[in-house]
Design a protein around this ligand. Structure first.
Ligand code: FEO
Length: 170
């Protein structure tokens, strides 16, 4: 059994991770609509990773005998007016998720819930990578996507991203 507040926050995190998956699928759809299939691929892989994050939180709750409560997932409501628009939104979203995970960690720490802290260690590190990836995308776009040829080449680079399942096994 876990602390009630920690359990509540972990359940809410499932929703946030599934929302992240929705958000990134929305971005993938936007790029697909505009024939930028490399960007589409990059965000589709990101969507798969977010789904996996949600499932890890689910599994952790189940492994600890807690009830998983699934809430409605909000629909993404952003309108993109140019190909750069999703990129800073993705970074801001990752920063939001980082703050959310840090908050769970803090509550776990306050409750001497060392097991949850250890579980969250993987996510703390993962968020560092996620923020860097999102920031790199903005920097690369600003450096290389100033003309159609540069955008084409960057799109080709984004095609190379491959999905690999999360390294955390519960
Ligand atoms: Fe699951 Fe991108 O945070």
């Amino acid at each position: 059994m876990l602390n009630k507040e920690v359990t509540k926050l972990l359940n809410e995190q499932i929703n946030k991770e599934f929302f992240s998956a929705y958000l990134y699928m929305d971005m993938a759809n936007y790029y697909a609509d505009n024939s930028l299939n490399g960007f589409e691929n990059w965000f589709f892989v990101q969507m798969q990773e977010e789904r996996d994050h949600a499932l890890l939180f689910r599994q952790y709750l189940l492994n600890n005998g807690e009830v998983v409560k699934l809430e409605a997932i909000a629909g993404p409501d952003k309108v993109y007016t140019n190909f750069r628009d999703p990129l800073p939104l993705a970074l801001a979203h990752e920063q939001f998720v980082t703050a959310s995970i840090n908050n769970i960690y803090e509550v776990a720490y306050q409750n001497k819930d060392f097991r949850t802290m250890q579980f969250l260690d993987w996510f703390i590190k993962e968020q560092g990578e996620e923020e860097k990836n999102a920031d790199d995308n903005i920097k690369k776009f600003d450096l290389f996507a100033g003309d159609p040829k540069g955008l084409y080449m960057l799109d080709n680079e984004m095609k190379a991203r491959m999905y690999t399942p999360a390294s955390l096994v519960l």
